[in-house]
Design a protein around this ligand. Sequence first.
Ligand SMILES: *Cc1c(COP(=O)(O)O)cnc(C)c1O
Length: 394
Amino acid sequence: MSRQTDHSDRNRFATLAVGSAESETHPHRSGTNDVVPPIHLSTTFEWASGENGNEHDYSRESNPTRAALEAQLARLEGGEYGLAFASGMAATSTTMLSLVPPGGHVVSSDSIYSGTEKLLTEHMAGHLGADIDFVDARDPDIVADAVNADTDLIWVETPSNPLMRLCDIQAIADIADDYDAVFGVDSTFTSPYYQAPLELGADIVVHSTTKYLNGHSDSIGGAVITDAKGVFEQLAFAQRVGLGNMLSPFDCYLVARGIKTLPARMEHHEKNAMDVARFLESHDRVTRVYYSGLESHPQHDLASEQMSGYSGMLSFEFDGTRIELEAFVEGLDLFTPGASLGSAESLVEVPSLMLPDEFSRSEDSAETPETLVRVSIGLEDAEDLCEDFRTALP
Ligand SMILES: *Cc1c(COP(=O)(O)O)cnc(C)c1O
């Protein structure tokens, strides 16, 4: 059986994203028949006992708007349980704090989001004495060599930021199974639309909903989805009782709203990204394009096998001096220089100019070229995006 999600699954995904298939059983259907879940701002719910007992008592522990989003997130990833967090970092930190004991062992890809890297080095290792091995997770054998019987967690991000490196999720899931370690995948760069890590054997999927899931640059949030009841219970307890880092009802509403158009947006992001990647690949002032949809990407075959599309993130190496690079960024009109990704508007980020501290200390900084430009391709017209680059490139 092909590991790739096929097109009919994607049509089915669109139905799940809109959510109409679930509306009959949805709690918001009762009473006023709203077609979207209302925003329940109440912090508390009148206590009742026995048969009249409430599903929700206090909104830190559970809230109807959040519960509706969490069920929707679980359906999209094909998982049993979903949790909505106050940020992507809240989702990641709660996962790590819940699953890794003081002095525990984590094997992490060395190509990960800078916040995750700091969480691992400063908090997990620095405060809790965890032992963290950062490895080149493009090669599953290197991961296998680092994992042992005491490993608590294996962590990867695929595709990764900003070098668009991939990990073979199924191969690493097999390693995690052999050693009884929990395997988590940060799948933010594809959204649930283009990659289904749980189907490939991961135990946990994490998203920054700030990015594609919300998709409109107006909500910070995170999500964890899992099939493992024990993992879910540990995470839910940590989130709801001790850490209290849940997503607010208003943000839950925004993310649920964003999800309805996720399939349509992802198709458009990808189509635009492919056009821009091809354009950049043919430009003389571009030395190299990092986009898993291009045949020149060293892991293009793995991308085609494990993802059902290549998403909308790409990086490229600019051929020129630092001064020319700055002038190029300033000359862009449609691409806004800034952090974040996955929204309607195209963004450009140059790690060496915009994140100098992270650039100099990141694990893969040695491999991140000084003239690397990371681009989040938005939903504008592809020809206009190419034209903006054509005008700004020297
Ligand atoms: C943005 C991002 C995060 C962190 O999410 P926040 O919502 O900013 O806390 C984690 N992983 C990846 C891959 C990201 O792009």
